[in-house]
Design a protein around this ligand. Sequence first.
Ligand code: ADP
Ligand code: MG
Length: 610
Amino acid sequence: MKQLATLNHFFFKYRYRFLLGILFIILTNYFRILVPQLTGYVVNNVVHAIDGTKANPLLNKEKQYDFLVKATIEKIDSQSLKAKIFWCSIILLLLALISGFFMFLMRQTIIVMSRLIEYDQKNQVFNHYQQLDTGFFKVQSTGDLMSRISEDVSRVRMYTGPAIMYFINLAAILCFSVYFMLQASPKLTLVALSPLPILAVTIYLVNTIINKRSERIQSLLSSLTTNAQESYSGIRVIKSFVQEKAMLGFFTANSEDYKKNALGLAKTEAIYFPSMALLIGISTLVTIMVGALDVVNNRGGTTVGTIAEFVLYIQMLTFPVSAIGWTASMAQRAAASQKRINEFLETKSAIEDPKEKLQPPLNKSINFKNVDFTYSNTGIHALQNFSLHINAGEKIAIVGKTGSGKSTIAQLLLRVYDPQTGEIMYDGKPLTSIDLAYLREGISYVPQDGFLFSETIHNNIAFGLAAATEQTVTAAAQLACIHNEISSFKEGYKTMIGERGVTLSGGQKQRISIARALIKKPSIVIFDDCLSAVDAKTEKEILNNLNLYLQDKTAIIITHRIFSLLEFDKIIVLDDGLMVEEGTHSELLARNGFYTEMYNRQQQNEHSTA
Ligand code: ADP
Ligand code: MG
């Protein structure tokens, strides 16, 4: 439960709303509690009119009424029975209206407060997610991240809103009613209240079972949806492998499991209200019985009116008391959810913005000094004792087989990860002292798997630049040789990408990601194998365009193909995390090693396909 204490600063933030809410809860219950007293008075008057000896309203008048009720009684006590009943009915109606009005205000304050907290918390969690390093996202599943920001936050809201409201409500009504019940008859109070703890505990237990079952159902439902979703996405594979029947069988089995659990839940829920009604019925019955015996034997000043009053008190207490069981299990669930949220909020990013926030020019020298890097989640030693010096404005190519560590170099340059040993420096300044946002804004990076958002093509390209105009977007698309294809779409740059729009080919996606990178005005350009799905002719065209664009920039082009078009100042060859060769195209060819072998193989392929 101490997990929930982390929410206290939210309550403090909304303290005025919260206090106002508490005041409204108290007022609601105050006006409700007057109803039984006035009803008791009316009943006693009626009984007295029928049989004067059995009930004496004058005796009852000495009883400790609330001062408002007392004042009312003093006003109308001398009038005729008809007038008394008439006025009391009017006042009862008024009381219901007033307490209803305050109940409206109480929900308006407390429930609204919980929505505001939910909003704050969602933003807090989302913002924290964004601060965390990429390594974190590699380890955590997307589903888990999603459920913490949606489901867990909603459960916490059930605590900050309804649970707290019902709890204060119970406290208020309990204080008021027990006080006036004790005034009327301590003995009947005991009789009427004794079944209530049993009611609270029963409801708590039943609720816990219900919650467990619903959770199970929730997870079954989510696997069912995932199952269906995957089938729809992979429908082409399913059909071509004629696996429709197998998939249906799989789905039906999941569905069956879900149905069984849902029916079980319905059964548990079905005993909920009857058992509640039974307990309240018993409580009411016993109170009437004990009260009636007292009236008959003329004991303890109990009147028929007192019995009526108590029956109303029991009715009034039933819902709040049963809510306490519900509240307790809500708070428990909220605590579990808050614990999961806190786990993430307490996770510190492995990459932190440095205090110095240096902003050195990025297109000057870049230095790798004996860099060693191991991916902590897999233990793969991706880069070993890697040293490289890049001069201002140089064009560097990195070649090597898949898995040789090429992309890792790009990740380290962007400070997505920090190397375990060694140092990376921009213009002589350690990477770890450079302003992170400044660094990443200064680098145009085209990742290997260019991710595109389900948005328009325009917005995808303009993503890297807040103030992108139509002209700049078009210019970037022209540089990336994708403009003509975009123009051929019916809606041009307004075409949606993804589920609700066009399906792009791999090469088109790559070129849109290139356009997205080129729209920025960076100091460094890093292309991570982003021309792999582009045909040779277009590739040549793009590289031609780039020659001009890259003039004043440092460029690092990762590829597993060797371009003869771009003049590279230096080509480095990686193998299994080690730099095996380094030099210009002609130098490397002269060495007749790794590079030459790669080059020859590629020449052969090109000739055989041509
Ligand atoms: P390349 O880009 O040359 O194909 P990478 O730099 O992507 O190679 O990968 C180098 C090695 O590190 C590979 O063995 C790969 O499996 C591993 N690796 C790459 N990214 C990760 C990651 N995020 N977590 C764990 N291991 C990784
Ligand atoms: Mg790679």
